[in-house]
Design a protein around this ligand. Structure first.
Ligand code: G3D
Length: 177
């Protein structure tokens, strides 16, 4: 095993930004992962923030900064110091894939996120018509991201399937970056 992620107060957990179009399942995912801990900071910053403890040595701070339409003017500030981007996509909505592809491209174009690893969560895999991760990666044009480490995993925020595994992979991507 490599080095564990730092957890002391002088080394806060790595910051992970959660993004995706509206209805992709970000709130459901956060509520599932951070039961009882989701802190709605809306009066000041408007983002949901929470710490996810994956195991004794591994924690991540998750920032739900919303979708492209509800991003606050100051959201870029939160990208500074971000160690990974998690992009949530509704894999049962092929019609919204072009929009998701554009949103992802725009987000990753921010210079604060240059070279930062990307995890795409193909959410709603519990739905019978959901696309495979291969189909989702094609729609999102993931192979074109050659300058950064990226992974895609299927999950169901509603059923709590695949989430732990996906965020452990995020922690690994951060360690390797
Ligand atoms: P957002 O925060 O990204 O905007 P939400 O998305 O978490 O509000 O989810 C939008 C809708 O999708 C919600 O349904 C939610 O229950 C549903 N959803 C989220 N994740 C999953 C999933 O994994 N599987 C299924 N089947 N549905 C999911 P409503 O009906 O409340 O709008």
């Amino acid at each position: 095993m490599g080095q564990s992620l730092p957890r002391s107060s002088t080394h806060p957990p790595p910051q992970v930004i959660l993004m995706g179009l509206d209805s992709a399942g970000k709130s459901t995912l956060l509520a599932r992962l951070l039961t009882g801990e989701v802190m709605d900071t809306s009066p000041t910053v408007g983002f949901n923030v929470g710490t996810l403890d994956l195991d004794k040595k591994t924690s991540l701070t998750l920032w739900d900064v919303g979708g492209q339409n509800n991003m606050r003017p100051n959201w870029r500030y939160y990208l500074e110091g971000c160690k990974a981007v998690v992009f949530v996509v509704d894999s049962s909505e092929p019609a919204r894939m072009p929009e998701a592809q554009k949103a992802l491209k725009k987000v990753l174009g921010d210079e604060n996120l240059r070279g930062i690893p990307l995890m795409v969560l193909a959410n709603k895999k519990d739905l019978p018509n959901s696309m495979t991760i291969r189909e989702v990666s094609k729609h999102l044009d993931l192979p074109s991201y050659k300058e950064r480490a990226w992974e895609i995993q299927a999950c169901s925020a509603l059923k709590g399937l695949g989430l732990q595994q996906a965020f452990l992979s995020v922690a690994k991507l951060i360690k390797r970056s």
